[in-house]
Design a protein around this ligand. Structure first.
Ligand SMILES: NC(=O)c1ccc[n+]([C@@H]2O[C@H](COP(=O)([O-])OP(=O)(O)OC[C@H]3O[C@@H](n4cnc5c(N)ncnc54)[C@H](OP(=O)(O)O)[C@@H]3O)[C@@H](O)[C@H]2O)c1
Length: 288
């Protein structure tokens, strides 16, 4: 079994890279833009034809949520057009495409955890580009999975956990929004879940959507407080409203997933967000 991973220098890609040795039955091909630019369909075609992967995990994305407001063309090229490229090539070569999407496809005006088939309504350019990526996959893909995730963090790259730890050490006091609720997701847990899905040899007749985050619900304020608690950083946090911290891209206020579908379909248990956060911080402290 061969697994092609795109965008593997990012958070999720790096977590898959770390896990790979635990799956000796699989041949992994890790690529990022230097080895495989997913915006080039001929390049995708050439690599897939040469390596003949059984699975393609698309971790490549344009994830600069605020910058996307100024760079919509680039965001759409990477998050939408390129997903169409991958979908068509996967169909031609009989590979299963596992594509990662986001809670931002919803507008966050709901108050009940979002189901996979709830109506979407993306409210920022990044969100619209990711939503368009899902539509590309629905149009061109077959035997494909879309895994939507939320509030992703890891030991790698830039994310909320690492930013809070850095600013917490530098400043001793931070203001963090309390009126956006959702669920953090440790990229390592998501990577393990993707490997579990692959091991269970999924067959999808079309494009199947699943929601995955860690368990529980929190706000960015509570998340930040817990980061300081677990990392022992003596930084106080004050709750503020979203309107007091204006950013170029609008965020959904409520982005909690209902995860019953993925849990039942693949018989998985999902770790509680606080337990996963503790594990990630322990790993970060081992490295530093
Ligand atoms: N981060 C979150 O909070 C979050 C939340 C929900 C869903 N997601 C989704 O989860 C997935 C993984 O996110 P992540 O945080 O792991 O992303 P990430 O850390 O930003 O990694 C994305 C990787 O893709 C690479 N890339 C960009 N353009 C490419 C191209 N044309 N061809 C190949 N590779 C390219 C990036 O390279 P450069 O860094 O050089 O651009 C980067 O290494 C994404 O689909 C994202 O939309 C993320």
């Amino acid at each position: 079994m061969t697994i092609l991973v795109t965008g593997s220098n990012g958070q999720l890609g790096n977590e898959l890279r770390l896990l790979a040795p635990a799956y000796p039955g699989y041949r992994f091909i890790f690529t990022d833009v230097a080895e495989l630019d997913i915006t080039s369909e001929p390049d995708v075609e050439m690599l897939v034809k040469a390596e003949n992967p059984d699975f393609i995990i698309n971790c490549a994305a344009y994830t600069a949520v605020d910058k996307a407001e100024q760079e919509p063309n680039l965001a759409f090229l990477i998050n939408a057009t390129a997903v169409g490229n991958l979908a068509r090539v996967a169909v031609r070569h009989n590979a299963m495409l596992i594509h990662i999407s986001t809670d931002y496809v919803f507008d966050g005006t709901g108050c009940k955890p979002y189901m996979e088939d709830d109506p979407t309504n993306p409210i920022s350019l990044y969100a619209k580009s990711k939503h368009a990526g899902e539509q590309q996959l629905q149009s061109y893909g077959s035997n494909a999975l879309i895994v939507r995730t939320s509030w992703l963090y890891s030991e790698f790259g830039n994310n909320f956990v690492k930013t809070m730890m850095k600013y917490g050490k530098e400043r001793g006091h931070l203001n963090v929004v309390f009126d956006q609720t959702g669920t953090p997701t440790y990229a390592r847990d998501l990577a393990k879940t993707i490997m579990h899905i692959i091991q269970n040899k999924p067959v999808s007749k079309g494009v199947e959507v699943f929601h995955y985050s860690n368990e529980g619900v929190t706000s960015w304020y509570d998340f930040a407080k817990t980061i300081m608690e677990f990392s022992g950083i003596p930084c106080s946090i004050s709750p503020i409203e979203t309107r007091d911290y204006p950013l170029p891209a609008t965020r959904p206020f409520f982005s909690v997933f209902n995860k019953s579908k993925i849990k039942q379909h693949f018989q998985i248990e999902i770790p509680y967000w606080r337990d996963s956060l503790k594990e990630c911080i322990q790993r970060l402290e081992q490295v530093n």
